[in-house]
Design a binder for this molecule. Structure first.
Ligand code: C2E
Ligand code: CA
Ligand code: CA
Ligand code: CA
Length: 278
């Protein structure tokens, strides 16, 4: 490359080269994952705050790379969404989440456990929903045991494809959860635009409860009280995310949140580990 000069060609900075290399590597990892069926769920328990019983699991995507080990979604989801390869990865994840749910239900000896999966806006297509319906049927799982977690990003593009997909999911009997509630631009507005079953209170609010500054901790508590009041009025169940200590769990329970998820109860687990806990 030429140094920047009269011809307007810019010299590549070393960081630019490094980030391009990283991007290329991420793309290669994703494509290999699709080819070799390497996408799989980690299972994180969702726990009833009153009884302590596990009522279900969130299936969180990992890329199980033969050399690099389990790669977390933070490393590849953005690229997978941008390229739409998330659609292929998401199918692998979904089938394994359902077979995992069957195994977990057998281990527990009942079929009331729920499974939650995350869908990004590019995954909200009628074809994907039809695939999910077929898989549920193939595994003999009632659709009311499936929760689809979406964020406000789904509502940003107000298009037909997405609203059709949401309607199909509801008609099948799936539950819809609003993820990361309270962190978006229009969290409240879309509660009026669609029937949401569950609100997942973002982990920043849960963490705020144990802020070292007691005045700020009190503000977090009052904010969660407000969210709980809204959720009750909207007939939504609630899950507190990011519960890391017993005080946070006790406080959200006292405010009226039914379910908790977080490291206090368990990190996301490979299926074999989850089977021992259920
Ligand atoms: P999310 O849906 O909000 O998932 C919760 C994230 O918080 C997970 O990170 C989980 O491991 C982490 N977490 C759970 N409990 C605690 C806690 O007590 N403390 C802290 N600090 N963190 C906790 P993870 O697994 O790295 O996933 C990150 C994000 O990637 C997810 O956020 C979700 O937005 C996205 N993602 C994961 N799986 C999928 C998927 O299958 N499809 C799509 N489209 N996105 C996914
Ligand atoms: Ca989620
Ligand atoms: Ca979340
Ligand atoms: Ca998130």
């Amino acid at each position: 490359r030429k140094a920047e000069g009269g011809n307007g060609i810019r010299q590549f900075e070393p960081q630019m080269l490094a980030s391009r290399k990283k991007r290329t590597e991420t793309e290669a990892d994703i494509l290999r994952g699709i080819e070799e069926n390497l996408f799989e769920p980690s299972f994180q328990p969702i726990t009833c705050l009153r009884s302590g019983q596990i009522i279900g699991f969130e299936a969180l995507m990992r890329l199980n790379h033969p050399e690099k080990g389990l790669i977390p979604p933070g490393e590849f989801i953005a690229v997978a969404e941008e390229t739409k390869w998330i659609n292929h990865a998401g199918r692998q994840l979904f089938s394994k989440a359902l077979s995992g749910l069957c195994a977990l239900s057998r281990a527990r000896g009942d079929d009331r456990l729920h499974i939650a999966v995350n869908l990004s806006p590019v995954q909200m297509t009628p074809e994907k929903v039809a695939f999910m319906a077929d898989e549920l049927k193939a595994y003999g799982i009632n659709a009311n045991r499936l929760t689809v977690e979406i964020t406000e990003a789904v509502f940003m593009e107000d298009n037909q494809r997405i609203s059709d997909s949401l309607r199909m999911l509801k008609e099948m009997g799936c539950r819809i959860a609003l993820d990361d509630f309270g962190t978006g631009y229009s969290s409240l507005a879309y509660l009026t635009r669609f029937h949401v079953d569950t609100i997942k209170i973002d982990q920043t609010f849960t963490k705020g409860l144990t802020n070292a500054d007691p005045a700020l901790a009190a503000r977090s508590r009052r904010l969660i009280e407000g969210i709980v009041a809204i959720a009750r009025n909207m007939d939504c169940t609630m899950v507190a995310e990011g519960v890391e200590d017993a005080l946070q769990a006790e406080q959200v329970r006292a405010i009226g949140v039914a379910y908790g998820q977080g490291y206090l109860f368990s990190r996301p687990l490979p299926l074999e580990e989850a089977l021992k806990r259920v």
